[in-house]
Design a protein around this ligand. Structure first.
Ligand code: MV4
Length: 496
């Protein structure tokens, strides 16, 4: 493998290219017309325009990606996450064209792409599942009986869905039939597949996922877990590794289940097996994601591995260079996703120019981004500006470092979720590790972003300083030593 085309954009395209460069492999970027000046284009050894801004006319068009690979002489394609990364036909096509797909086969993707098929595989392997129907529901009265034995509330899920799409909670038997019909028609129109199934509704779950790596020789290891329970409308906000609640025994059991299900679908490359964990620490298999995930850096921090390099070596046909017993968790890592969204305004995406953009630095701080000061956030794609990842000897240090890094992050020109992430880091429930997937719904209200940040006394002090400054025109030194929650750079901006 001498040249990799990265079929993606933004931070993940750059992330992949960095590892390729370190391995002496050339890189090819593809870009839409909206991304002409994007950093992934500048970072690559060469770049090819693949069409108009809409991803349906550029980043999602298999023929254009293949043509770009051919014309650039790339011998491999890395799909990143999102876009074509979990498209089984794309994986097959890349291989059929004589190129290397850095990821699993189309067959593995298909086996895990259907939730019902994945659950059936898990059941055969004695992997715990949430009680429910094992097959698509065809007979509503039959399903109603199953629901009654499981007990309400139950959850209806679409087999072709994922990430929470097409889910419906049903509180009692009276609502069941109507909700069922709605779920089927929604599944049909959204996914072209009306298959739905039901599960007992786990009321206060945590979302724990296990990272796996499989090679082409049948070896599979797990790289422990990530906890992603802090989510907003199925969009992950905070991720960490390890989870603060797993015991070594449960970790080992979940890891073994993840390895078994990966082996069952002949998994090759980096993948993630998702579980729900209930209050009694019972875990249940949910689904498998057949790609490198957004939150992979927290796993890199605690294992010391470079997951993209591992993906590349696996795609080259090399056996995994370590065994399960060689792997250890070291320290604790935390990741927050910085979005151009306004937490004070129902997280509405905010577009605009990054007037100020200065990233935090220092020990244990990593920023995966694809922006520079003065750049615009394009409207066509995901509004994620960056991933901010911190590492510490333990969870408390990772959190303290994250709070500091958030304070040091300087972004003006667009609203961001940074202050919201700081709120989470400072919350007692989060700090104590006592939280579930309802954390944001339970604790977050836009008002919390303002309370305590600037007191009346501080406003009076700022006013006094600013008046003094005007009259003396000399530099004012701030001696408040962070007595409020705003970082010094923000306070000074207020003063000016
Ligand atoms: C559940 C559940 C409760 N009970 N299944 C949401 C995403 C999809 N992968 C599965 N999801 C859930 N499945 C049962 N039987 C609750 C969720 C869920 C959730 C899961 C993980 C992280 C955040 C979540 C937020 C809401 C619901």
């Amino acid at each position: 493998m001498k040249k990799i085309l990265v079929a993606n954009r933004g931070e993940i395209a750059i992330r992949v290219m960095r590892s390729a460069k370190e391995m002496g492999i050339l890189t090819v970027a593809v870009f839409s017309e909206a991304d002409r000046n994007a950093l992934h284009v500048r970072y690559a050894d060469e770049a090819i325009c693949i069409g108009p801004p809409a991803s349906s006319q550029s980043y999602l068009v298999i023929d254009k990606i293949i043509a770009a690979a051919k014309s650039s002489g790339a011998d491999a394609i890395h799909p990143g996450y999102g876009f074509l990364s979990e498209n089984a036909d794309f994986s097959d096509r890349v291989v059929a064209e004589g190129l290397i797909f850095i990821g699993p086969s189309g067959d593995s993707m298909r086996k895990m792409g259907s939730k019902l098929a994945a659950k059936a595989t898990a059941e055969e392997l004695n992997i715990p599942l949430v009680p429910g129907t094992a097959k698509a529901i065809e007979d509503i009265s039959e399903a109603k009986k199953v629901a009654a034995t499981i007990g309400f509330p139950i959850l209806i899920k679409a087999s072709a869905g994922g990430g929470g799409k097409g889910m419906r909670i049903v509180g009692n038997a009276a609502e069941f039939e109507e909700q069922m019909k709605l779920a089927v028609s929604e599944a049909l129109s959204s996914f072209g597949d009306g298959a739905v199934f039901i599960e007992r509704y786990v009321a206060s779950p945590r979302h724990i996922e296990i990272q796996v790596l499989g090679d082409t020789h049948g070896n599979v290891v797990h790289l422990f877990e990530r906890e992603c329970s802090v989510q907003r409308r199925h969009q992950k906000v905070i991720e960490e590794a390890p989870s603060s609640v797993l015991t070594p025994k449960i970790r080992e059991e979940m890891g073994a289940c993840a390895v078994r299900i990966s082996k069952a679908c002949n998994y090759v490359g980096a993948g993630t097996v998702e579980f729900l964990l209930d209050e009694n620490l019972n875990f249940y298999f949910l689904e498998m994601n057949t790609r490198l995930q957004v939150e992979h850096p927290v796993t890199e921090y605690i294992t010391g591995l470079d997951l993209v390099k591992e993906q590349i070596q696996i795609a080259r046909g090399l056996p995994l260079p370590f065994k399960q017993e060689d792997l250890r968790i070291q320290g604790h890592a935390m990741e927050v996703r910085v979005y151009a969204e306004d937490p004070a305004n129902n997280f509405l995406p905010d577009i605009g120019t990054l007037q100020t953009y200065k990233i935090p630095q220092g020990p244990g701080v990593r920023v995966d981004d694809a922006f520079e000061e003065g750049m615009e956030i394009p409207i066509y794609y995901d509004p994620m500006i960056a991933k901010l990842i911190t590492y510490g000897a333990d969870r408390a240090e990772a959190i303290e470092r994250m709070s500091r890094a958030i304070d040091d992050y300087q972004i003006t020109g667009v609203a961001t979720t940074l202050a919201f992430c700081k709120f989470v880091m400072q919350h007692d429930s989060f700090k104590s590790g006592n939280f579930d997937t309802h954390f944001i719904k339970k604790y977050f209200h836009p008002d919390v972003l303002n309370s305590g940040v600037v007191s009346e006394m501080e406003i009076a002090a700022m006013l006094a300083i600013s008046l003094l400054r005007k009259s003396q025109a000399t530099k004012v030194v701030d001696h408040s030593h962070g007595t409020n929650n705003a970082s010094a750079w923000k306070r000074n901006r207020l003063i000016q």
